[in-house]
Design a protein around this ligand. Structure first.
Ligand SMILES: C[S@@+](CC[C@H](N)C(=O)[O-])C[C@H]1O[C@@H](n2cnc3c(N)ncnc32)[C@H](O)[C@@H]1O
Length: 450
């Protein structure tokens, strides 16, 4: 053990949900970031109070490296180079020191563990064979983020934060971001007076780049000055947040140049996404997920389907096309701004009913009003999952098949247990690496009522 009481030398145990390896010291559990199970490392302790139930730590030196360790592709997110500079690594690429193949193996272990512990289900017995790479992924799996957010530090420099920290570390290129985002050279803009920047790249025919500047109220006109320095192909808008975002109806979006929305195109359908409205982040995610959901539900002509947590209608459009004029797609989205986009995106489908509201209440209300039952459901909730109220509304809806798109294995496992208790069996599991170099993963599960 080192003489510095904040540094411990430990052997790393199993991978844990959230991007950690588990280590133990004098009976206490330590969740360690930036290591690989099996390694012997020195860690700098964080959140390590005497009374804390568990501690956290960051790897600062590797004594016995895993065979799966590779040089991190991004200095700002590399814990070893950051330790040498006396700063914390920024979040967002916490698996970048692990070979891609092993990242996927670790995600598979975590998925299996979560499903067993919280869902009481053996993943392998339900067809899980491992985390797969989406078709079309590049060899290095960089440049995939079509959406990225940055902060600005007190000196007006583009910055990002370390995991669970309010520190701001200056950054330049972000290797996971789409090349067009790096081409903007946001780090060269005058950013004093801006608190946050959100950038999105569209995929449609006239796909654009939209830069949103959130002002911090210290320099009037800061967003306008920054926007003028952007390349002419970029659109820009300022966002004033009144306790929330534009998407959830509590922000004001003001056009600075170009458009305030982006166009996206997936499997023959065009979508418009305004401001910070939700869209899948990985460039391959929309097409990959649409293909999976349509294959699992295979809705016939005249079917009645619900798209829950529908966003701007990514799944609603192909579902509406498949069920035709005699069918119904009930598209429920909570954020008012995003739901308005869904109205525009689904205009050509009279069989699509767009309802803005929380799934927990809106699903049963809409079905009761129409005296309708459902054939099938796709749900794609936020990280917190659906929860008991939404699961029970789905069970009451009459749906026989449920395609569950999830970005969190823990909430997926918890909801799986509730669905199983209500008579739904998990028949297919597809876990896709749509967040390479991070600990996140996307799951598409098919449940069938028995
Ligand atoms: C992971 S996104 C999925 C959006 C869409 N399926 C897609 O792929 O583009 C989750 C969406 O659920 C919405 N949302 C979150 N909680 C909700 C709730 N309780 N009821 C309805 N919508 C909710 C969010 O605004 C967000 O648009």
């Amino acid at each position: 053990m080192s003489t510095d009481k904040n540094i411990l030398r430990v052997r790393l145990g199993a991978a844990a949900h959230g991007g950690h390896s588990v280590a133990r010291h004098e009976g206490r559990v330590i969740f360690v970031r930036h290591g690989i199970p099996g390694e012997e490392v020195s860690i700098a302790l964080r959140d390590a109070g005497e009374k804390s139930r568990f501690w956290r730590g960051d790897v600062v030196e590797v004594h016995e490296a895993s065979e799966h360790r590779v040089p991190h592709f991004w200095a700002a997110a590399d814990s070893l180079r950051s330790a040498e500079r006396g700063v914390l690594p920024v979040g967002g690429a916490e698996f970048g020191h692990i070979s891609l193949e092993h990242q996927r193996e670790l995600k598979g272990q975590i998925f299996t563990e979560q499903l067993e512990r919280l869902g009481k289900i053996d993943a392998a017995e339900h067809g899980f064979t491992g985390v797969r790479t989406p078709e079309g992924e590049s060899e290095d799996a960089l440049g995939w983020r079509t959406r990225t957010a940055f902060a600005v530090d007190s000196k007006g420099r583009l910055a990002m934060s370390p995991f669970r920290s309010n520190d701001l570390v200056p950054v330049k290129e972000m290797p996971l971001a789409h090349p067009k985002i790096n081409e903007l050279k946001l780090w060269e803009l005058p950013l004093l007076g801006i608190s946050r920047i959100e950038v999105a790249v569209g995929s449609g025919e006239d796909a654009g780049v939209l830069v949103l500047f959130v002002e911090d109220g210290t320099h009037t006109g800061a967003a306008g000055r920054a926007a003028k320095r952007l390349p002419e192909w970029a659109s820009a808008a300022s966002v004033t947040q009144v306790g929330g975002s534009v998407a959830d109806g509590r922000g004001v979006l003001q056009r600075l140049r170009g458009r305030t929305w982006l166009s996206e195109s997936v499997a023959g359908h065009d979508y418009r996404i305004t401001g910070e409205g939700f869209w899948q982040i990985h460039r391959l995610a929309p097409a990959t997920l649409v293909e999976r959901v349509m294959a699992q539900l295979a809705p016939g002509y005249g079917a009645r389907v619900a798209d829950l947590y529908a966003g701007a209608g990514l799944f609603s459009a192909p579902l509406a096309k498949a069920v035709g004029d005699d069918g119904m797609v009930l598209s429920i989205e909570g954020a008012p701004g995003t739901s308005k986009d869904a109205v525009k995106n689904l205009r050509e489908f009279p069989q699509a009913v767009i309802s803005q509201g929380r799934v927990e209440k809106t699903l049963s209300r809409e079905l009761n009003e129409r005296k309708a039952k459902l054939d099938s459901i796709v749900l794609d909730p936020p990280r917190t999952g659906a929860g008991k109220a939404a699961v029970s509304a789905m069970v009451r809806s009459g749906a026989k098949k449920i395609s569950y798109v999830s970005c969190d294995p823990a909430s997926f496992a918890r909801d799986t247990a509730d669905l199983a208790a209500a008579g739904f069996r998990l028949e297919e599991i597809d876990v896709i690496d749509l967040y390479p170099h991070t600990h996140h993963m996307e799951t598409v599960g098919l449940f069938r009522r028995h």
